[in-house]
Design a protein around this ligand. Structure first.
Ligand code: 13P
Length: 257
């Protein structure tokens, strides 16, 4: 982390878990365990139908509500889709785009991720842009090449002012939901590489200000070491974000100098 230049963010990705009725008790338990002074921005990304409840009850802990996906279209005949304006209307401040599960199960391309990020920015929502390599790519030593391509494509046509609202999440696919975490060194290496890619496009200052999160089995035990890395500005957390006590431990792990 480098709090001098950028925001530290601990974001949960609830995926297709939990119910709206479970949010109030979740937030109450989280509140009991959170420190009085906040050293990071707390975000919880949930299925869109749960965002209103997160906005309502999350206020207690200053939680920013987020979505997990958005349509690239502004509005119209797209049955089942949810627009950026609709997310903004119910109070979403963030939204994940390009999660590997969407790429894998819904065939989302880097171009589509770029269009979705732009749709969010147009409505004042911060996209959390997910990138990350497969195990095969890592084993073939293609990690940085692939991740650099993903970052460049996702940011295409996004100017430096809009970049300030963007968050990048590095999530190696092989570490998601597997209990296998990238080592702090591996995660730092790629997050540093992502910042270098952004520096090449936008210059030193904008690159220094972008928050880059690590995701992939971050938990109460390994968060501190990962967050101690200079280019890891927070986490995007799946499984451990469903447990208020574990999630609070991760939030507390941002309190380091
Ligand atoms: P896990 O923390 O469960 O590995 O999930 C990571 C993730 O996919 C966050 O978006």
């Amino acid at each position: 982390m480098n709090r001098k230049y950028r925001k530290t963010i601990i974001a949960g990705n609830w995926k297709m878990n939990m119910l709206a009725s479970e949010i109030k008790p979740f937030v109450e338990q989280l509140k009991e365990n959170l420190p009085k002074t906040k050293t990071c921005e707390i975000v919880l990304c949930t299925p869109a139908v749960m965002i209103p409840a997160m906005v309502k009850y999350g206020k207690e802990c200053k939680i920013a509500a987020g979505g997990e996906d958005v349509s690239k279209f502004e509005k119209g005949a797209y049955t089942g889709e949810i627009s950026a304006a609709q997310l903004a209307d119910v109070g979403a401040k963030y939204c994940i785009v390009g999660h590997s599960e969407r790429r894998e199960y819904h065939g989302e391309s880097d171009m589509l991720v770029n269009e979705k990020a732009k749709a969010l920015l147009a409505k004042g929502i911060s996209p959390i842009i997910c990138v990350g390599e497969s195990l095969a790519q890592r084993e073939m030593d293609l990690t940085m090449e692939y991740v650099a391509y993903q970052v460049k494509t996702a940011l295409s046509g996004i100017d430096a002012t809009q970049l300030r609202r963007c968050v990048i999440a590095y999530e190696p696919i092989w570490a998601i939901g597997t209990g296998k975490t990238a080592t702090a060194e591996q995660a730092q290496e790629v997050c540093e590489g992502i910042r270098a890619v952004i520096r090449k496009i936008y210059g030193a200052r904008p690159a220094r200000a972008v928050s880059i999160l690590y995701g992939g089995s971050m938990n109460a035990k390994n968060a501190e070491e990962l967050l101690a890395q200079p280019d890891i500005d927070g986490g995007l957390i799946g499984g451990a974000s469903l447990k208020p006590v574990d999630f609070s431990v991760i939030v507390k792990a941002t309190d380091q100098d």
